[in-house]
Design a protein around this ligand. Structure first.
Ligand code: DX5
Ligand code: ZN
Length: 214
């Protein structure tokens, strides 16, 4: 069954611990933590201290999405903060293989992400070093955007490529996921759906999470 990873980017930042508890009560399995540095993406969100502060409030899988330049510099800090998955962008790494290895050697699962315009050929050399591939379905940097339809075909292609390998690699999709696009994303092979505004923008988190799950 598909897993739901609500993005706290859309939650009430003044009550983050409570918000994370509410999505756990609402049936989410994961929580998505969007880290933005104002360089790789225009926006600045939060860093490892916030992730660490949330950790005691939740037993959800901590799914940390690093939208930062040269992320290898910060892997240790997010490991110590309690990340379960750390996802980096192929476009942001000076050495992709070394970054993925550093994540795994810390005992954390490694994810690799591609922006909408980055072809799958850019990540193909690294599949053996990945536990998850994150297909960005919007330009990273902001919540509340509309899903770019072409990214669904890319995800379908990735699902097809991965089906010929023995190793299980999860496919996550992030950006513009709502009840309607979630259905398409599930059909195209997503294992994990990220939802920001589609969860935290709704009055009833359980109903919102159920709607994404379909
Ligand atoms: C975008 C972030 C997303 C974002 C999703 O850069 O990576 O995780 O929070 O927000 P929605 O679901 O509102 O598009
Ligand atoms: Zn994200």
């Amino acid at each position: 069954m598909v897993k739901i990873s609500p993005s706290v980017l859309a939650c009430d930042f003044s009550r983050m611990g409570e918000e994370v508890r509410k999505i756990e009560e609402g049936g989410a399995e994961w929580v998505h933590l969007d880290v933005m540095d104002g360089a790789f993406v225009p926006n600045i969100s939060f860093g490892a201290p916030i992730v660490g502060a949330l950790r005691p409030h939740s037993s959800l899988v901590f799914d940390v999405h690093l939208m930062i330049e040269d992320p290898i510099r910060y892997i240790d800090r997010f490991v110590k903060a309690g990340a379960d998955y750390i996802t980096v962008h192929v476009e942001a790494c000076t050495d992709v293989a070394a970054t993925l290895r550093a994540i795994r050697e810390s005992g954390v699962k490694a994810g690799l992400s591609v922006k909408p315009a980055t072809p799958l050929s850019a990540i193909e050399p690294y599949y053996d070093l990945c536990d998850m591939i994150l297909i960005m379905s919007v330009e990273p940097g902001y919540g509340g955007q509309s899903l770019i339809p072409e990214t669904m075909e890319k995800m379908r292609m990735l699902r097809e490529i991965l089906s010929h390998r023995d190793k299980d690699i999860l496919i996550e999709v992030d950006g513009g996921i709502n009840e309607k696009t979630a259905k398409v994303a599930r059909e195209c092979g997503a294992d994990v759906l990220v939802g920001g505004s589609a969860v935290f923008g709704k009055p009833d988190y359980r109903a919102a999470i159920d709607a994404l799950r379909g």
